[in-house]
Design a protein around this ligand. Sequence first.
Ligand code: ZN
Length: 304
Amino acid sequence: MKTFKSILQFAKHFSTDEICREHLEQSRWNGTPCCPFCASINVVRFANNNRVFKCREKVCRKKFSVTVGTIYENSKVPLTKWYLATYILTTHSKGISSLQLAEMLDVTQKTAWFLTQRIREMLTVKAPVLLNGTVEIDETFVGGSDKNRHEHKKKGIGSKTMVIGAVQRGGVVTTKVIPQVTKEQIDTFISETVELNSNMVTDESHAYTNVGKNYNHQRVNHRRKEYVNKENKQIHTNTIEGFWNILKKQIDGIHHSVSPKHLSRYCNEASFRYNNRENAQDEKFELAVTNCEGRLKYQDLIAE
Ligand SMILES: [Zn+2]
């Protein structure tokens, strides 16, 4: 792919829906169009409308375009705006609000919000690899809208939601939103995220005691105001805490409040940014676009 030095260059290049569509065909299919209904590659492009393909399998025979089965399907927003929004969101150092994006793309805030939620969905790692080496694990509380604070207090629940995270030193971070905290959920997250027998560093919380038996478990005692173990300076959770700072700045500073329902997508966005911190801007954009399969309907987004 062409490399872009600026958003202006990017916008100039992807100036028509046709150019975006050709790029999407290449990114999604790598030159071999594939039926989204039956996964056959026995397909033909229509001569009089080159956006449309037809599946030649006798049992299928369906017509489709490259956007079918992706987050772009049936969208009234032109692909040029989708592409620009994807580029902005994936390459921005901190992320931007839907209000800012609406102004940049000349769409309503509602449309911009929907675009960003769908793009965040593209930033989800679909097949995460197990973390190994030295892995720091910690939990934090984020989000929660002020509007609901009193309501939540009455029900006896905090207005913030727990997120657990694991980061491999020098590697990637994985997070999970845990609305109702139980030891089982923490155990499951760690078992599914961290390779057995790795070095695992946590704070002194008892929540990690059980699952820690499967790992070389080291603790730092925050309650005693210990941030780095004095005997072994490798025992600290500064990496994951650094990530929490980034996440909270993004959520509190840019989006102000995020409901628990949408929180995992914001965590995905912050993780994507962290995990691809050494990739070029074009690579980040490409990575998001190749992950465009799967839909998220507006009805699902706004449903309680
Ligand atoms: Zn088919």
